[in-house]
Design a binder for this molecule. Structure first.
Ligand code: SF4
Length: 299
């Protein structure tokens, strides 16, 4: 195993442990008290007539490990966070994006990556059954990137992400809800090949394909990410928490403010969840400085 791989694995394990501590309510680790000398180095002070200033109690010894941890604000109906959580030195902060691709080169870099993906056979079953890979589409310098689960039948047939019924709903969320042209955002999936019968992606398939998505995010460097559904949220945020615990608040992926919401397919099956999804989009819109387009009045 390469030293670099070992380092990544170690960082991932430590981060997972720290995340577990944070979920348990522990947000700082005090430094252990310094060892006291075995013997007094000078005689004990003799009581003097001078008043002694009271000594402030030591509450928490500052340490590198106890760097401030700012929990993302939890939105409420009364006051949703207007901005994503600030970037702070934190135990839990993800490493930032390592590569910087000039905006003018991003399209070409994505096209080159798409060519690699088109020939990928890392998941033998998926490569054998797909019609074609579905890489992603949109503005190569988009402010906002949506990430879904995997291509379905329509996407597999056309090579484009989110174009079936769920895609139409996502397009409505972007255009009618957020007031953005669909071409102005970037849309991709965790998996680039369709799982047969639209079954959920297997863990090893996600592991095989995730590096492609990571490269897409690194090239595009969106200001905001919106993860659609549990698969995308679990894969990028490395969490097993249910979607209900993840939505409605800010996360960070590689330093990018990230919102989690329901996958449009889930919204088609459970229309009552659309209200929650709309609240999630509004959190995103507030941070992006977007206003909902004026709705036409009936009649
Ligand atoms: S799902 Fe991703 S990793 Fe697997 S074969 Fe398709 S492109 Fe390759």
């Amino acid at each position: 195993m390469e030293a670099d791989d070992e380092r990544r694995i170690l960082i991932r394990v430590v981060r997972q442990r720290l995340e577990a501590l944070r979920r348990a309510g522990i947000d700082r680790i005090p430094m252990p008290a310094l060892p006291l000398p075995a013997f007094p180095t000078r005689p004990a002070p003799v009581a003097s007539a001078r008043p002694v200033a009271p000594v402030a109690p030591v509450v928490d010894r500052p340490s590198v490990l106890a760097a401030p941890i700012v929990a993302p604000p939890i939105p409420s109906r009364a006051g949703r966070p207007a901005t994503p959580p600030p970037v702070v030195a934190s135990l839990f902060e993800e490493p930032g994006l390592e590569i910087v691709v000039p905006a003018a080169d991003r399209g070409a870099r994505l096209a080159e990556l798409a060519r690699q993906v088109a020939g990928c056979t890392r998941c033998a079953d998926l490569a054998a059954t797909r019609t074609q890979t579905v890489f992603g589409e949109g503005d190569s310098s988009a402010r906002l990137m949506f990430v879904g689960e995997a291509p379905g039948a329509d996407e597999d047939r056309t090579g484009r992400p989110f174009i079936g019924r769920a895609g139409a709903l996502l397009t409505d969320m972007i255009t009618k809800g957020m007031g953005l042209p669909r071409e102005q955002v970037y849309i991709a999936n965790v998996l680039k090949s369709r799982p047969p019968e639209n079954r959920p992606p297997l863990p090893d398939e996600i592991a095989h394909c995730l590096p492609y998505l990571e490269q897409q995010v690194a090239i595009i460097r969106p200001e905001f990410l919106c993860l659609l559904g549990k698969t995308a949220a679990s894969a990028l945020l490395e969490t097993a928490l249910p979607l209900g615990r993840l939505r409605g608040k800010w996360h960070r992926y590689r330093g990018i403010p990230t919102i989690v919401t329901y996958h449009p397919s889930a919204l088609l099956r459970n229309p009552a969840w659309k209200k929650d999804a709309w609240e999630d989009l509004q959190i995103l819109m507030q941070a992006m400085g977007l206003k909902s387009p004026e709705r036409k009045r009936p009649g």
